[in-house]
Ligand binder design. Structure first.
Ligand code: ATR
Length: 279
């Protein structure tokens, strides 16, 4: 996806994946800085750790408390800091890191585009209270959802996020647990990791809440075959979408941060879909 976007933009860059242990994250970022990398994306479990490792935090990373995109900035001879991906020439005096979060905006963008689901005023059942669930819950609250139910295997983590939302967004009615089974919700959003393995069961306990009571179901998991949750949702005539759109938009935004230019989203989407189909 990134290399397809980079090629179309005519940039002389390469996007490469590395596996790094959490204990080595600081050293990995330092190595990339020393080698004059343009940027980095970070995924589980590095997004929270990186908050304390970058030199500067963009407001997006401060708001969501997680970093998935790092941009390297250089200081020029006049003392101005500029992205290394947009370096105009001249000697780089010093390099620093700036952390961003492009996940949160990607969630709502994909909900709107792929499900025609507008978070403002909506009632949402959110499954999962890990890193992804927390960002989704806070983003939905910031967008003005009316009612939010948080369900997680470890209930205390859902309760903690509920407290955070009550403090920051008092107009959102937030509950821990399922809605009553006779209610309708606009959206069920899966942010658990259940579904990553083809044998995983659905993360929704239908004894607690029937899936047909949701107008739309979004699964952050993306796999070539539909997850158990999306299969059940489709059988119940709900609108459905998987996490491909979210993956796409966080990447498009990252490439735009590094390059300072509009990234070719449709080229990137085609490359991503090709890749997911071949996996
Ligand atoms: P991510 O950053 O992708 O959110 P995470 O922080 O490890 O990853 O969160 C994983 C989420 O999936 C959590 O909500 C987790 O529930 P717990 O908080 O109880 O661990 C959920 N999850 C993982 N495996 C699960 C399973 N077998 N059944 C139910 N929920 C599960």
């Amino acid at each position: 996806m990134q290399n397809a976007g980079i090629a179309e933009m005519g940039l002389d860059w390469r996007y490469i994946a590395f596996e790094t242990r959490p204990d080595d994250l600081a050293a990995a970022i330092e190595g990339a800085r020393a080698m004059r990398y343009i940027g980095l994306n970070l995924t589980v479990p590095h997004k929270l750790l990186a908050v304390d490792l970058v030199d500067e935090l963009d407001e997006s990373a401060r708001t969501w408390g997680a970093v998935n995109t790092v941009m390297f900035e250089g200081r020029d001879e006049a003392g101005e800091w500029r992205p290394l991906g947009q370096w105009p020439g001249g000697e780089i005096q010093e390099v620093r890191t700036r952390g961003f979060n492009t996940d949160a905006d990607a969630i709502t963008r994909s909900l709107r585009e792929d499900l025609e689901c507008e978070p403002k005023g909506a009632s949402v059942l959110l499954l999962g209270a890990g890193g992804a669930g927390r960002v989704a819950a806070l983003k939905l609250a910031a967008e003005g959802v009316a009612r939010l139910w948080l369900v997680n295997r470890t209930e205390s983590k859902a309760a903690q996020i509920a407290d955070e939302i009550r403090a920051a967004h008092p107009t959102v009615e937030v509950n821990v647990g399922h809605p009553s089974p006779d209610m309708q919700v606009d959206l069920i959003l899966n942010a658990t990791s259940l579904g990553l393995k083809p044998t995983d069961p659905s993360p929704l306990d239908e004894a607690q809440f029937p899936i047909g009571n949701a107008r739309a179901v979004y699964d952050m998991v993306y796999r070539p075959e539909k997850t158990a949750l999306l299969q059940a949702a489709q059988s119940a005539d709900c609108r459905i979408a998987d996490g491909t759109g979210m993956l796409l938009w966080q990447g498009v935004k990252a490439l735009e941060i590094w390059s300072g230019k509009t990234a070719p989203a449709e080229t990137m989407r085609a490359a991503l879909e090709r890749h997911l189909r071949n996996d």
